[in-house]
Design a binder for this molecule. Structure first.
Ligand code: SF4
Length: 230
């Protein structure tokens, strides 16, 4: 990434943070709830995830051992509001099986170690791709691992900081190199809030069609040449 783009990326955060304030992501009362939410949020809206998590809380099964003890069909029924419930029940059980059988049900043990090796550990679990692994690391594991999602690619490509077709790992590497902080605690907070801010911008302004640039706090930054989708 050029020095100008790096400056723009840091400037983008200042603009978003000024607009929204600190967002204190990820929504979830415990790190385990964050993990469950990160698996359930694949391909659905957060409102649907909230309904599924509310079902798990009402059934008093939102802890690793109780959730793993549920038959898969029962788990699928409880998380039905999140969509793709059978697939997500399988994915949750794959995560829980590793957590319980290899790490004694302790997230602190699952997340122990260097970020790169914990990431490989998570990516080896069936149904955990790079975006979910990075959400788990960043918001539940206390590891600074920048999350890339469709909003990141859309916003960054519309400001010509990358191509929308950029590979996940390539954009992640560039963001991590361009968004430093003085120490580990500040870096974790910065990357947690940076991703949260991008999600808000993507939802509120930088929609796939008809982006609302006129109202968007990022409209002072340089845009890619050519018209945006009407
Ligand atoms: S809505 Fe417009 S100004 Fe805002 S991030 Fe998207 S392209 Fe940029």
């Amino acid at each position: 990434m050029s020095r100008d783009a790096e400056n723009d990326l840091n400037q983008a955060y200042i603009l978003m943070r000024t607009h929204y304030g600190h967002l204190h992501w990820w929504p979830g009362e415990t790190p385990f709830e964050v993990c469950v939410g990160a698996v359930l949020t694949q391909n659905t809206s957060w409102t649907n995830v909230e309904r599924a998590i509310a079902n798990l809380k009402a059934a008093r099964v939102l802890n690793p051992r109780r959730l793993f003890a549920l038959p898969e069909a029962e788990l699928a029924e409880l998380i039905h509001p999140s969509g793709y419930h059978n697939v997500k029940a399988r994915r949750l059980r794959a995560f829980l099986s590793v957590l319980i059988e290899q790490f004694d049900g302790e997230l602190s043990r699952l997340f122990a170690g260097a970020t790169a090796s914990v990431r490989q550990r998570l990516l080896a679990i069936n149904g955990i791709g790079p975006e979910t692994a990075d959400c788990l690391l960043l918001y539940a594991g206390g590891h600074a691992s920048f999350v890339i999602d469709a909003y990141t690619k859309r916003i960054f490509s519309r400001h010509h900081w990358c191509q929308e077709s950029v590979a996940y790992e390539e954009l992640k590497r560039r963001c991590e190199a361009s968004l430093p902080r003085a120490n580990a605690a500040e870096l974790l907070d910065y990357w947690q809030d940076y991703h949260a801010q991008l999600v808000n911008i993507g939802k509120d302004y930088c929609r796939k069609r008809a982006p609302d640039c006129a109202s968007c706090p990022l409209n002072v930054l340089p845009h890619a040449a050519g018209p945006l989708p009407a």
